[in-house]
Design a protein around this ligand. Structure first.
Ligand SMILES: [Zn+2]
Length: 307
């Protein structure tokens, strides 16, 4: 799925859009949000070109057509549609869909600052809001990308891998990539006892699961076998997923990094180097979660390598 030419394409992409890292000027002093407002500053053309660079051989063309930027994904045109990524037949009802999740994403963790004022108020109400009015994204772009329009189709794409000592099923196109990540983490653990302890503390790793994102009507990346949840044997009172914390505490967003179960940042970096984003960087934190989103990393000026 991901030809080896990706590095060249990354460089070509960065040459075409050398201004990308300037997005960091818009960076907030706080965790990034799995939210709509920041990514809306990214232009449609940038976004569609990032997708083409991230999935070479699968996205074959980027074009301005019928008044919008579009990509040709597996012989079907998908339009930017204000961040919704819609096929032509869905354009008339575009407004009925939520925007796709194009969160902002930067290297490292920004310094911790507790959300206050309007931001705190919004985060406090977000779970109730989502449960009342779950965001519904059109899944056809990602269904086509991962060739999984149904649970059966998704299951047919799976292969089992052994990763950090656990065996589980992932999308076959990500197996080599994850094996590379596994070997680099194991290698790093030889010199870093913190990484070794983190690996030894892992209780389970869940990957494929045909389901929606909790409190949304939108398909989860787990449905494609393109996301992993790495959970410890014992959270030791630490937070890992914002909704689990929000169920018990309406001020869940005040939990600082030190109150969360976080993997070592050097482990996060290894994942990022091979195209995976970490949910611990979202304001709606999900510290157990990694998902394959090379387009996001490219949009924020990071490089993605092939195994
Ligand atoms: Zn997850």
């Amino acid at each position: 799925m991901i030809p080896r030419s990706i590095l060249c394409l990354v460089f070509a992409f960065l040459c075409i859009f050398p201004a990308f890292p300037q997005n960091q000027k818009n960076r907030r002093n706080g965790p990034n949000e799995e939210d709509d407002d920041i990514p809306q500053r990214i232009g449609a053309e940038q976004m569609m070109r990032a997708h083409a660079a991230a999935y070479p051989g699968i996205i074959s063309r980027v074009e301005y057509r019928n008044g919008d930027w579009a990509v040709l994904l597996r012989e079907k045109w998908f339009y930017h549609a204000d961040g919704r990524l819609l096929p032509e037949e869905r354009l008339p009802e575009a407004e009925s869909y939520a925007r796709q999740s194009f969160y902002s994403y930067f290297p490292g963790l920004p310094p911790w600052r507790e959300p206050r004022g309007e931001q705190a108020e919004r985060l406090k109400n977000i779970l109730t809001e989502r449960r009342t009015n779950p965001p519904k994204r059109d899944p056809s772009f990602y269904d086509t990308l991962w060739q999984a329009r149904s649970k059966d189709e998704a299951a047919a794409n799976l292969v089992h891998i052994k990763f950090l000592g656990k065996i589980f099923a992932v999308h076959r196109d990500l197996a080599a990539r994850l094996q590379k990540i596994d070997s680099l983490i194991e290698e790093a653990a030889k010199a870093d006892s913190g990484i070794r302890r983190w690996i030894d503390g892992i209780g389970s790793i869940g990957a494929w699961n045909w389901r929606n994102v909790a409190a949304t009507a939108s398909r989860s990346y787990h449905s494609y076998g393109a996301a992993l949840d790495i959970l410890p044997k014992d959270l030791q009172g630490k937070a890992t997923y914002w909704q689990w914390t929000a169920d018990k505490d309406p001020e869940w967003y005040k939990v600082p990094y030190s109150g969360r179960w976080n993997p070592p940042l050097s482990v996060v970096k290894i994942f990022e180097r091979y195209g995976f984003c970490w949910g611990g960087k979202w304001a709606l934190f999900d510290t157990m979660h990694f998902e394959y989103r090379p387009e996001i990393l490219l949009l924020y000026g990071m490089e993605v390598e092939n195994p």
